[in-house]
Design a protein around this ligand. Sequence first.
Ligand code: ZN
Ligand code: ZN
Length: 341
Amino acid sequence: MRAQVFHGPGDLRFEDVPWPTPGPGEIVMRIEAALTCGTDVKVLRRGHPVMIPHVPTVFGHEFAGTVTAVGAGVITVREGDRVVAANSAPCGACPPCLAGRANLCEDLLFVNGAYGEAIALPRRLVSRNVVGLPANVPAERAAFAEPLACALLGIERARVESGQTVVVFGHGPLGCLLAMVAVSRKARAIIVGKAGRRFGRVQGLRICECIDAAASADVVAEIKSRTRGRGADVTVDATGIPEVWEQAVAAAGRGGTVVFFGGCAPGTTVRLDTRQVHYEELTLVGAFHHTPDLIRRAVDLLESETLNPDGLVTHRMELTDVGRALELMSRGEALKVLIEP
Ligand SMILES: [Zn+2]
Ligand SMILES: [Zn+2]
């Protein structure tokens, strides 16, 4: 089959690789839709010891399609089933897994291979993190299950409730999904972005209010003025920029919660106003990845159409064009590129 194979940082090759066959407990899925992700851009640039422990491997991690073969002993899915698979599976046995925090599993098994015609999924993933698709959820929408599950975790960590104001820093696809989830909970969401083609597109989607950080002399003051001087109930960083983490803290109101959703470069640190964090009782939480339960809830949200992410797809391309798609992503010109093998 044809696939985009990652050989190491900066080295993505379009190659012919053997069509996968399922071992015991495994399944093979024909990929019908794959989505590009900001993480792909980062991983292609500098590699990723956890997500990609060995190379070469077929690249990409957001995908949906149809099961074409099942290995011995698989009873949860059948040939012909339309499914979406998460890009990881927790062990189910370590202390974080037993505590209900499978996203922090000490032995998270990552799977890559969205940018190929087919993928073999390992036993653990098949048993824990492959979800059947309702008829009304097309593959290209189902492929959002993974990033949407991440967004659900971020909003969940802040226990967002109806009527609260949630400020999301970052206008990438995850910033948008975080805002959409907040809106689906009847919160007032505000996206802070930076002027440009992609931000224009986000504003056009009318997800929620938007603030152009480039046009505002003081973003924190702008947020305060839009919240009657109080600051936001919840702020979420979805940029992974340390200075923006600091802004997210500064923009939170008394008793507010700050969610650090965007991962920053290794070794970076931030400064905290100790007075604010203590006397205003801020809750500062990290949010990483997703759990099998959240992947299912993401599929439910897509099925019920409580939330529709279709507008985040700015381009559709073929498997041969993944390199070009990731370039568009890195130049900030695309939100999500749909790859159809
Ligand atoms: Zn992703
Ligand atoms: Zn575990």
